[in-house]
Design a protein around this ligand. Sequence first.
Ligand code: ATP
Ligand code: MG
Length: 573
Amino acid sequence: MTHPVQPPPGEALPRDIAARKDFIREKVSADVASGRFGRPVHTRFPPEPNGFLHIGHAKSICLNFGIAREFAGRCNLRFDDTNPATEDLRYVDAIREDVRWLGFAWDEERFASDYFERLYEIAEAMVREGKAYVDSDREERIRAARGTVIEPGTPSPFRDRTAGENLELLRRMRAGEFPDGAHVLRARIDMAHPNMLMRDPLLLRIRHAEHYRRGAEWCVYPLYDFAHGLSDAFEGITHSLCTLEFKDNRDLYDWLVHEAGFARPPEQTEFARLELDYTVLSKRKLLRLVNEGHVAGWDDPRMPTIAGLRRRGVTPEAIRAFADTIGVARSDARIELATLEHAVRDDLNMRVPRVMVVARPLKLVITNYPEERVETLDAPLYPHDVPLTGSRPVPFSRELWIERDDFLEQPPKKFFRLSQGREVRLRYGYLVTCTGVVKDAAGEIVEVHATYDPATRGGDAPDGRRVQGTIHWVSARHALDCELRLYDRLFARADPDDVPEGQDFVAALNPNSLVTARGAKAEPSVAAAPPGSRYQFERTGYFMSDPIDSRPDALVFNRTVALRDSWARLKDR
Ligand code: ATP
Ligand code: MG
C-alpha cells in the first residue's frame, strides 16, 4: 500500500530574499551601486577538505551562495587544500554532496592546490623586488623573535640576504634540495608592525609529503595567508566573507593582493562564527569524536555535521530557515539549540504525514469487542491546518498496543490518560473505559483491560459527554515491529569546553545521547515507506526511517526532534 507520505524534494530557493538585510548585504549593495569592482558580485565558499561540513559551515554557505543569488552574481566552491597532511578526496566528495543537498549550485569549482605554480611565481617576483626573503632559522626561533603585542619583533639574521641569494635558495627549496624545516620564505614587511601578523609572515615552507591531488610534485607549500587572499584575487572574487577570527589577517590579505598587483582586489569582511549550545563546531574536535568512537561516524545523527543532520531527518529547508533566523552579526554569540529545533519543527510540521507508533508498548484488551472483528478506520495523514490532504487505513481490533506511559495505576490529579475507571479517546477510534489490569507473578502490569462504547466510533460521544485525554495506539495483530533511535543532545553542557581543569570537551559528552527503543510498534501503513521517509509519530516527535539501516522487515526510525522541547518542560515543573 502506498500513500502520499513523502515531502516534496528540495523545492526552489529561497523564500523571501527581499526581507534579508544585514551589514554585509548593505555593504555589497553599496558596492554594487557605486560600481566599485567593475564586475558582478562574486563570492566563494572555501572549505578545507579535512573533514565533513557542519552547521557552522552551513551558515557560511547560505551567506555566500545567498548573496551571489540575491545580487545576480556568482559563487565559487573552492577547496582550500594547501595542507598535504590532513586533506583527502573523500572529504572533497562529502563537501560537494552537502553543498548540493543544501540546495546550492556553484558557478565554478576551484582548488587552491591548482594555484601552487602561480603562487610560486608570485613568490619569485616578490623576492626579486626585495619584498620577500629566505629565512634559514628554525620555525620556533622565528616565532619567538616575533615579539609581543607591546614589544616589537627582532629582525632575523637572514633578513638582509640579497635578492640574488634569496632567489637561488628559493629555487633550490622548490627543487627539493632541502629537508623539511631547513628554510622558509617570509614577506619582508615590518618587524615592529603593531599587527603581529605583519611582522614578516611566513609565505612558503618545505614539506616533503604526498598531496592528495598533486602527489609528490610539490615540496614547498603556501601558508594560509599567502594562499587565501591571492586565490580570491585569481578568481576575481569581490567580497571575501570569513569568520571573525580572521580579522587580524585582513592587513596581510590587503598587503599581499596589493603587492601582487591586482587592481580592484577583493575585500575581506568578517562575520560572527556560529556557536551552538550543547555542540562543538570544529572539524578538529568532530574528527576526534569520530576517531575515538564516541559517535558512529561523520554522519552519526547526533553530529552537528550536515551529513549527520541529514541522516537524522532534518531538511535543507529547515537549515536554510535556521540560517535566516540567526542572521549575520558582527560579534560572536552562542545560539540556543532550541532555535535550530524550532526551525526543524516548523518545517516538518507543514509537510510530513502523521501516523501512530507506540514506543514502549503495553497491551490494551477491549473485552467487549468481538475477538475476530477488524475495522478499518480512515485516518487523515494531515489532520491539522496544513494545505495537504490524504488519509490511510488504520486497522482497529480487540487487542491494541498503547504507550506504557499512558496508563497509571495511581494517577496524579491532572493525569488525563488511562487509569482504573477513566475514559479516554483512542485517536480516530472509540472512547474506552479502563476496567482493570492483569499482572504477572512479579507484580508487573502486563495487560490493561477496558470496554469500548460502540456509539463513539471516530472519537465523539453522541451524548456530548466530554473526555479529556486522547491517546495513540496500534492494533496488536497488525503492528509492525520497529526500532526507534531516540537522539538527544550530544553534550551535557551548553558549552562543552567549559569542563573542570585537566579535562576536555570529551568529558562533557551526554552519556544518554542515544536511547534505543527496540520492540516499538508501528501502524501497518508505514510498511511501504522507503528509507528516508519522514513522519510525525503522533504525540511523540518527528522521525525519519534510517536511510542506511532501515529494511522492510526491520524498520529503523531516527528521531529528528521531539514534538516539544522536553528540557524546557522539565524546567517548568
Ligand atoms: P573548523 O574549525 O570547523 O575546521 P574552519 O574555519 O577551519 O572550521 P574551513 O573549512 O576552513 O573550516 O571553513 C570554510 C569556511 O566556513 C570559512 O570561510 C569559515 O570561515 C566558515 N566557517 C567555519 N566554521 C564556521 C562557523 N562555525 N560559523 C560560520 N562560518 C564558519
Ligand atoms: Mg580553516
